[in-house]
Design a protein around this ligand. Structure first.
Ligand SMILES: Nc1ncnc2c1ncn2[C@@H]1O[C@H](COP(=O)(O)OP(=O)(O)OP(=O)(O)O)[C@@H](O)[C@H]1O
Ligand SMILES: [Mg+2]
Length: 260
């Protein structure tokens, strides 16, 4: 479904120097796979997701979606189809909510892609996400978790084939996180989800892609194998070290972050 070949991406700094943030990345995603994207702050996760969503384009190498290279030119020809199939819940949900009400937010994509029974569909998705009571509210007046739910409802209602999510649980409380994990498990859709929460990653996907601070792909494989590979976890800085007291004796050892 997705093929990334020798992909590199760079941004320009204020002196117009090219700063490489993705270096020679290669991987494929088959239909139905659920992938977790890991890596420390600034390793390039969000940039990679933006490329997969056709918001920015590789500086070197190629991104093919369904065996067709995705470039500005090919996307322009096929934008409507691609935008319905490939959706991206960005790291900050506020940046994606722009309608006057939650109802309009969910209805927007449905209208855009000419779905029938729009009112019924909006109510159905609002019910799924338990946000029916918010339909008349402005999305901007909602809490972080409520915004995340509205965003997901508005993206999933158009029945996409490939879902990208950038740290979707960042704003969610433990019960809502648990609910989202179960919801995504049952959702029959190809997905790539970035997270800093390794323990959650194991529940959200079966395969991990790990970006290093050198902006290269350090690991592509089974997430349970990754969890047992302490050298790799240390190399990718996915574990942290801090002081502990055991029986009054101070020492340090590595930990996997497990926030929830
Ligand atoms: N629009 C931009 N212009 C210039 N540099 C950028 C831009 N967006 C990101 N960068 C830089 O690219 C690098 C990768 O950023 P990116 O947001 O992809 O990382 P990330 O892995 O998603 O990090 P985080 O875990 O903090 O979300 C960072 O050094 C960042 O400063
Ligand atoms: Mg990011």
């Amino acid at each position: 479904m997705v093929k990334i070949q020798n992909l590199s991406y760079s941004y320009q700094d204020y002196q117009l120097n090219e700063i490489e943030v993705l270096k020679n990345i290669n991987f494929e995603i088959q239909e139905g796979e659920k992938i977790i994207l890991l890596g420390i702050n600034g390793s390039g996760k969000s940039t990679l997701l933006k490329i997969l969503n056709g918001l920015i384009f590789p500086k070197e190498g190629t991104y093919s979606y369904k065996n067709e290279p995705l470039t500005k030119k090919t996307l322009k020809k096929n934008a409507k189809n691609f935008r319905q199939e490939v959706v991206f819940a960005m790291q900050d949900p506020s940046s994606m909510l722009f309608n006057a009400t939650v109802y309009d937010e969910i209805a927007f994509g449905l209208k855009q892609f000419k779905f029938d029974n729009i009112e019924e569909r909006v109510h159905q998705w609002a019910k799924t996400f338990k946000i029916e009571h918010l339909l008349k509210s402005s999305p901007l007046s909602l809490s972080g978790g409520q915004k995340q739910k509205v965003l997901l409802a508005s993206l999933l209602c158009i029945e996409p084939k490939f879902l990208m999510m950038d740290e979707p649980t960042a704003h969610l409380d433990p019960p809502t996180t648990g609910w989202l994990v179960e919801f995504l498990e049952e959702l029959n859709i190809t997905s790539i989800i970035s997270t800093h929460n390794l323990s959650l990653g194991q529940e959200l996907g079966h395969r991990a892609l790990v970006l290093g601070d050198n902006h290269q792909l350090l690991y592509d494989g089974d997430i349970s194998t990754l969890m047992e590979d302490m050298d790799m976890l240390i190399n990718a800085q996915l574990v942290h070290k801090h002081k502990h007291y055991h029986d009054g004796v101070e020492h340090k050892h590595y930990h996997i972050h497990n926030w929830k």
